[in-house]
Design a protein around this ligand. Structure first.
Ligand code: AGP
Length: 607
């Protein structure tokens, strides 16, 4: 997730306005930054790796002439955070500048095609194909907006772009597919940005650019058209009554809630990972003598769920291990035939990195799954995958967890294909269902959020909760419990449901809330038995079930429903969402701050 910004001013300098706008977007990405402006027939550009203040300190981002320009604050997805990978990117002649938020899936073939035509590339990014494609179209005599239109038609994936060119120095052209893009309209200036906060101090009049639309900003105003049929779109700006603070959260009261709602978009991005890295990681897993899945906290729960995925889909036994215990448990046995798949959204968790260090010293292979390109994990891993979740501001991991699950399920699926362990029919079904996950998560949020709010009010006074699940759902139960503990400060227990009768059930008395995670998979029948055990002792039964599961709903005091028909190995992704919302609304009921829970840090860099 990056932040893009552009503006056309009648008075004043664009560069300092862009700099201010980017500062408001810094939460969207902060590993490199750049600004390009046009004055006369000349393009001026400054960019470098580092946070905005650091780059400004070195380069003085305000010292660029002109009243029209674009800027970008980057969250590295393709290509680490180096100067040449920073946006804006330009064409061969430095006459076109582009900033981009999103993922271009077909950039490899486009880049090859352009290199064939003699274009030279300076970066490792997917974005850089865009200015060169525009350059080609301008050479054919197209106008800037026509060149942008023909270019975006060739792009697969997601994009929000802003383009300027010395060929038409009075125009700013932008286009959108999936990644957010909003227009700001003031008396004497026009703005384009990834989020409203970027221009809110300048104007509170905003118009959303929708998917498949192109907008042209000029001194005469703005025009929006449909990319495909070029139909003119009439869209008046609306007044935004958010305070700037609210705007950073896109109107949500907390980053955590915004990030829960962001999951469908992030899960779409997670389905667009670069093939060669997924394939390379699959090859390493296939060759491994033994595989450890190593992480902490929520990332450990993703590893636990992944152990079921690898076992059930690829017939590969893996060992999920809490990172802080790894050295004690396996430090002596790890060897050159061992492979660690290390999961860490921050890529900086000290316990996790300590486990990595110990394993590397014994010649084990380390693979990494992280959300932060350039993090320590990306430097110590043999191969890493960036999960494309965008910055997660809330301390509680939500969107990064479901993205981790998506990547891990893709690896299990690829391994199964490589090993020929499951039929083509099963593979096609899993691939098809994986593609549906973003929409399924969207429907869960839309259909269950109000109900979760009511449940939080109903159970707000309870002193303790049980979270139970069988099979892969035991990982979801653990994650639901962790969320409730860490942001609502509610003592909670989580166990594989079969374990509850081996001791924990002694806690249960009348009205004790027990949350069951029960998709209709192979564990369905046995979970019913566990529910009956709890009911017999007066527990209040809350279930997360598949829509229409009347059998379990009839046993419950309260139920939350998820779309039916998902393969069990994919069920954790939608099934965890009601529990994320439950933890959030319970925190609100208990007047806790969901974004900044006490005693916790987003990245635990101490052992
Ligand atoms: C999860 O909500 C917590 N923030 C915490 O358990 C976190 O998952 C853990 O510290 C691991 O962080 P990492 O993924 O950045 O390594």
């Amino acid at each position: 997730m990056c932040g893009i910004f552009g503006c056309i001013l009648r008075t004043g300098e664009a560069a300092s306005t862009i700099h201010e706008g980017l500062k408001k977007l810094e939460y969207r990405g902060y590993d490199s930054v750049g600004i390009a402006t046009i004055q006369g027939r000349q393009l001026f550009l400054k960019k470098d790796r580092g946070k905005i203040d650091e780059v400004h300190e070195i380069h003085n981002l305000d010292a660029l002439p002109g009243q029209l320009g674009i800027g970008h604050t980057r969250w590295a997805t393709h290509g680490a955070a180096y100067q040449e990978n920073a946006h804006p990117h330009t064409d061969c002649k430095n006459q076109v500048a582009v900033v981009h938020n999103g993922i271009i899936e077909n950039f490899v073939e486009l880049k090859a095609e352009l290199e064939e035509l003699g274009h030279t590339f300076r970066s490792k990014t997917d974005t850089e194909v865009i200015p060169h494609l525009i350059e080609e179209k301008l050479k054919e005599g197209l106008s800037l907006v026509e060149a942008v239109r023909e270019t975006v038609k060739r792009l697969d994936g997601s994009y929000a772009i802003a383009v300027i060119s010395v060929k038409e120095p009075d125009k700013l052209v932008c286009a959108r597919k999936e990644s957010p893009l909003v227009l700001g309209v003031a008396e004497d200036s026009l703005y384009i940005a990834s989020d409203i906060p970027a221009f809110l101090p300048k104007t509170n009049k905003s118009a959303i650019i929708q998917d498949g639309e192109i907008a042209v900003l000029s001194d005469e105003g703005y025009e929006i058209r449909k990319t495909l049929d070029w139909k003119l779109v009439t869209r008046e700006p609306e007044v935004i009554d958010w305070a700037p603070e609210m705007a950073e959260k896109q109107g949500y009261p907390h980053f955590m809630l915004k990030e829960i709602h962001e999951q469908p978009l992030r899960l779409r991005n997670t389905l667009r990972l670069q093939d060669q890295y997924l394939e390379l990681m699959t090859t390493f897993l296939d060759r491994a003598g033994e595989v450890f899945l190593v992480a902490c906290g929520t990332s450990y729960h993703a590893c636990l769920a992944a152990s079921y995925m690898f076992s059930k889909v690829a017939l590969l036994a893996t060992h999920p291990v809490v990172a802080s215990e790894f050295v004690e448990q396996h430090g002596k046995s790890v060897n050159i035939d061992s492979t660690l798949l290390v999961v860490s959204q921050s890529g900086e968790t000290a316990d996790t990195l300590a486990a990595v260090e110990s394993a590397r010293l014994r010649a084990a292979t380390v693979l990494g799954l992280t959300n932060i390109v350039g993090s320590t994990l990306t430097r110590v891993a043999r191969v890493y995958i960036s999960q494309q979740s965008g910055p997660e501001i809330g301390v509680a991991a939500t969107k990064t967890f479901t993205s981790q699950l998506s990547v891990l399920s893709q690896l299990a699926l690829r391994l199964a294909k490589k090993r020929g362990k499951i039929s083509h029919v099963e593979i096609e079904n899993l691939e098809e269902k994986l593609e549906q996950i973003p929409e399924i998560v969207e429907s869960v949020i839309l259909s269950q959020e109000e109900k979760v709010k009511r449940l939080a009010k109903k159970y707000r006074g309870k002193p303790c909760f049980f979270f139970l699940g069988r099979g892969i759902s035991s990982a979801v139960a653990l994650e639901g419990r962790l969320k409730l503990m860490e942001i609502a400060y509610l003592p909670s227990l989580a166990y594989p449901a079969g374990e509850s009768k081996h001791g924990p059930i002694s806690l249960v008395e009348s009205g004790f809330p027990v949350v069951f995670v029960c998709p209709k998979d192979g564990t369905h029948k046995t979970v019913i038995g566990n529910i009956m055990e709890m009911k017999a002792r007066g527990a209040s039964i809350i279930v997360v079930v598949e829509k229409g599961d009347e059998e379990i709903k009839s046993l419950a005091d309260d139920y939350l429903e998820v779309e039916t028909g998902l393969p069990e190995v994919l069920s954790p992704i939608p099934f965890v969402v009601p529990l994320q919302l439950f933890a959030y609304y319970m925190a609100i009921e208990r007047e806790c701050d969901p974004d900044k829970p006490r005693n916790l840090a987003k990245s635990v860099t101490v052992k």
